[in-house]
Design a binder for this molecule. Structure first.
Ligand code: CA
Length: 116
């Protein structure tokens, strides 16, 4: 599956998930996703951990290029890995319909004005 298809799937998927779970539970789901994908020793998602754990999320047909693209896209501080905050922000950014909702969530998570 190409990354763009994946993103389009997310876009369809997330708003309905938010509607079903509520925003708070949705953030919890994202955090679960992060924990599944992260490198347990480093506490962040790296290229290696993403590659190793992506099958847990059913992303096993993604290629190296797509993983790198996802990392580059989400890595806001340029350390080459995704922190929990970076991962959640990336997931929200993949779903434009959630912008208003995500701003509210981010305020609960430290008030970062990243999506403003
Ligand atoms: Ca980073």
């Amino acid at each position: 599956m190409a990354l763009i298809d994946l993103l389009l799937d997310f876009e369809d998927y997330f708003p309905s998930m938010v509607a079903r779970l509520g925003a708070e539970a949705f953030v919890g789901e994202l955090c679960n996703g992060f924990i599944l994908l992260m490198d347990v020793e480093k506490g962040v998602i790296t290229f290696e951990s993403l590659k190793r754990n992506s099958f847990l999320l059913g992303l096993n047909d993604m290629g190296d290029d797509e993983f790198l693209c996802m990392l580059r896209e989400g890595d806001l501080d340029g350390d080459g890995a995704l922190s929990q905050m970076e991962f959640c922000i990336l997931m929200f950014r993949l779903s434009p319909g959630l912008m208003d909702e995500s701003r509210l969530c981010m305020m609960d998570y430290g008030g970062l004005p990243i999506l403003a």
